[in-house]
Design a binder for this molecule. Structure first.
Ligand code: SF4
Length: 210
């Protein structure tokens, strides 16, 4: 993890991290940006989030937007119609059930439309500075298995296995480190093992091509 931290210094941050830094860890914007980020390129997520937040920055103002308008603002993120529906429903629930604030527990967060454990964990880590959560997305799942830290087939399983496998002090950092590494070096197909700072310590499990 220390080697990755040093190597990452010159690499671009993931979109949700950038938004978190730019917006002073605003829980609402982190939540919405994470919803938009699923299966979408980082640059597209960042641009779509910026357009949406320029029009509405709070659950109350965003809940008043029409679904078609949200679609128009977030296009071309993948599944933009579903995501627009979730964004609107999520804002309405935040207003109706949580007084216009993003809740700070995993149990409450996963009751919001479109919010699963990945999004909830990332909101808790970035917005509420939780030290007790690990956020597992496709990069974290893939690289943890390549490194042999876990042997799992599903991200949910990986999250639970990582709580056992990884020293607690690294839990909040795993997502940032492995997402950044996954976008730049340990890519899904053809990972750049020759440029990887941890190649000597990586068993490269399941990697067929460099
Ligand atoms: S050595 Fe290759 S498989 Fe292992 S972490 Fe680095 S890029 Fe990924």
């Amino acid at each position: 993890m220390r080697a990755l931290a040093r190597a990452m210094a010159s690499l671009e941050l993931p979109a949700v991290e950038k938004i978190s830094n730019d917006q002073k860890e605003d829980p609402f914007q982190i939540l919405i940006a994470t919803l938009l980020s699923a299966r979408t390129q980082d640059a597209t997520t960042h641009a779509a989030s910026t357009r949406l937040f320029a029009v509405a920055r709070t659950p109350r103002t965003m809940a008043k937007l029409g679904e078609r308008e949200i679609e128009r603002l977030i296009y071309p993120v993948s599944f933009y119609r579903n995501k627009a529906e979730h964004v609107k429903a999520c804002c309405e629930m935040l207003v109706d059930r949580f007084g216009g604030r993003v809740p700070s527990t995993l149990e409450e967060l996963v009751t919001l439309p479109g919010v699963g454990r990945k999004t909830a964990n990332l909101v808790l880590i970035l917005a509420f500075k939780s030290l007790d959560n690990i956020c597992v997305d496709t990069h974290v799942h893939r690289i943890s298995n390549r490194l042999g830290w876990v042997k799992t087939t599903q991200p949910e399983e990986t999250e639970q296995a990582l709580y056992q496998a990884i020293d607690r002090r690294w839990w909040p950092d795993i997502n940032l480190y492995l997402v950044t590494w996954g976008q730049n070096v340990c890519r899904p197909t053809s990972p750049r093992c020759g440029d990887c700072v941890i190649v000597d310590r990586c068993p490269r499990i399941g990697v067929r091509r460099k």
